[in-house]
Design a protein around this ligand. Structure first.
Ligand code: FAD
Ligand code: TSR
Length: 489
């Protein structure tokens, strides 16, 4: 593995590890960068930011730096929203991410904040130990680079290629080469990709139904290929996330929002769920569930997409914005963490990571980094789309039993080692009401601008207002954009 000057693996080594050879390092160009406000204001405004997720924090931080008076209202007792690291539920030395799993070295805005706080990056490489698959009733362990027979009906070429080769053939090699160029997103040929779902795009490129099924069960962005815009996938997953080496933050991804929040600790009100926003023209009055009122010149609404449906706006949001809020989808996501006495996969020399077409979908393993063998571990089932909806309304014990029954087929011994489950369902989380945004075919073209556009004294941020949907970088950039709108008005 090639080591870069800064430690960690290089982009080239990362792409090779995925099996993406000779791609000219995927896509050329830079994704542009979000602008930090460079001037101090001569007419400070009082700004209320709703939501202390990365979007709200970026907006608040920028406006404060530029000399404005900022107040952030957050429903939860912590910052970070969908970036949330779990520590307390687990044994000493074990942490896990209940939301965003990884940054990428192409996240230019995130990197600026990460540098500012001196946070340490840990490369998020594929495991060097075998990954387990359970597909079409068959269980098999695959060493890095090893050839196997994939148990779906594939053409002989697809069989040879395997999941990453299939992604390279039908996606990477066929996408317009300028997907990293923001000025190309609004034009043909990129824009016409929005009219297609990932599934129809793959079909058009010649992928067999078996190949689509294989990547659906092994690649996160293809979890619901019929319901995602091929443009969203191209720009966000290939232009951005896979454009460079992914990494996590040592000690937990939530260190980023926590550090940002620390700089604004006197300006953030936690446990302050907002219910009503009244734009009176001369000022905006925001009211919380407790009945507490906050008044400002401008408001940045950095709440999750589906939460917006529950907020009482006066005057009502425009017809176009309401339609966008109702029609742009979110991806249902849940993570079920099984606490185990010992990592049974580790004892067999396996990474623990698994991709399945069982109701447990993908498994991720966490071990104690110091003394893995003799210490408790975590096996996580990462559920997307229907798999996530399927656990809704069921009790914790029922869900644990269901996950354990299937996980036992993948990693025998899990059942005997199980102590307790911890479930994070983003669908039923009242301050999220689903996972990140997941624009369906056509909806970027018809709704993205409507999600972004200001209305009166209200400005809008959040990952769903960014073309870089479902990413931390998209959330940060949206906050910078909303801050700029107010600062430069
Ligand atoms: C399971 C999962 C995995 C993910 N994996 C990745 C990944 O690997 N890489 C990546 O880049 N991205 C990933 N993402 C996406 C990423 O987490 C989000 O895009 C990003 O964090 C969204 O930030 P945001 O500020 O737009 O929204 P949020 O983080 O949702 O912030 C909105 C804030 O508003 C608050 N709020 C809600 N209602 C109210 C109210 N009524 N009043 C006041 N405050 C309120 C919320 O509590 C929250 O703090 C993942 C997301 C999930 C759920
Ligand atoms: N961690 C990843 O594989 C990329 C990613 C970006 N946004 C996401 C949202 C949900 C799950 C994964 C992602």
């Amino acid at each position: 593995m090639e080591i870069s000057e800064t430690g960690g693996i290089t982009r080239k080594a990362f792409l090779e590890q995925l099996g993406f050879f000779g791609t000219g390092l995927l896509f050329a160009g830079s994704l542009g960068a979000a602008e930090f406000l460079s001037t101090r204001t001569k007419s400070p405004k009082k700004i209320i930011v709703l939501g202390a997720g990365l979007a709200g924090l970026a907006a608040g931080w920028n406006l404060k730096e530029a000399g404005h008076d900022v107040v952030i209202l957050e429903a939860r007792d912590r910052p970070g929203g969908k970036v949330s690291t779990l520590r307390e539920p687990f044994a000493a030395g074990l942490i896990a991410e209940e939301g965003a799993a990884a940054f990428s070295n192409s996240y230019t805005t995130a990197l600026k904040f990460i540098d500012r706080y001196g946070l340490e990056k840990v490369p998020w490489a594929l495991p060097e130990k075998p990954v387990t698959y359970f597909l079409n009733g068959k269980r098999f362990d695959v060493k890095p680079g090893e050839k196997v027979t994939w148990p779906y009906e594939l053409t002989s070429e697809e069989q040879e290629l395997g999941p990453f080769g299939i992604v390279q053939k039908y996606i990477i090699n066929t996408l317009p080469k300028d997907i990293r160029n923001p000025s190309a997103w609004n034009e043909s040929p990129l824009l016409h990709l929005d009219q297609e779902s990932l599934e129809s795009y793959l079909q058009e490129q010649g992928a067999s139904p078996g190949a689509i099924q294989l990547i659906k069960n092994t690649q996160w962005f293809a979890a619901v290929p019929g319901e995602t815009s091929a443009l969203a996938m191209a720009v966000s997953d290939f232009g951005l996330f896979m454009g460079d080496v992914p990494f996590t933050l040592k000690g937990g991804n939530d260190l980023l929002p926590r550090e940002m929040a620390k700089e604004m600790q006197d300006d953030i009100h936690y446990e302050m769920p907002v219910e009503t926003i009244r734009d009176l023209g001369s000022e905006v009055v925001v009211k919380s569930r407790q009945g507490k009122e906050f008044k400002g010149d401008k408001v940045i609404v950095a709440l999750p997409l589906k939460v917006l449906q529950k907020i009482n706006f006066s005057p009502a949001l425009s017809r176009e914005k309401s339609a966008a809020i109702n029609e742009v989808q979110v991806l249902d996501l849940a993570r079920v963490f099984l606490k185990l006495k010992e990592p049974v996969w580790f004892q067999k020399g396996l990474s623990g990571q698994a991709f399945t077409d069982l109701p447990i979908a993908q498994l991720n393993a966490y071990e104690n980094p110091e003394t893995p063998l003799s210490n408790p571990a975590i096996l996580e089932s990462f559920l997307a789309g229907e798999a996530a909806r399927n656990i809704g309304g069921r009790s914790k014990d029922e869900i644990a039993e269901m996950i354990l029954t299937h996980a036992e087929k993948v990693h025998p011994g899990v059942k005997n080692n199980f102590t307790e489950a911890y479930i994070k369902n983003w669908v039923t989380d009242e301050y999220s009401l689903g996972g990140p945004s997941w624009p369906g075919p056509g909806t970027i073209t018809s709704h993205l601008v409507n999600l972004q556009v200001p209305q009166g004294n209200l400005h809008f941020a959040g990952e769903h207002t960014s073309i870089l949907r479902s990413t931390m970088e998209g959330a940060l950039r949206s906050g910078m954009r909303a801050a700029k709108e107010i600062h430069e008005a």
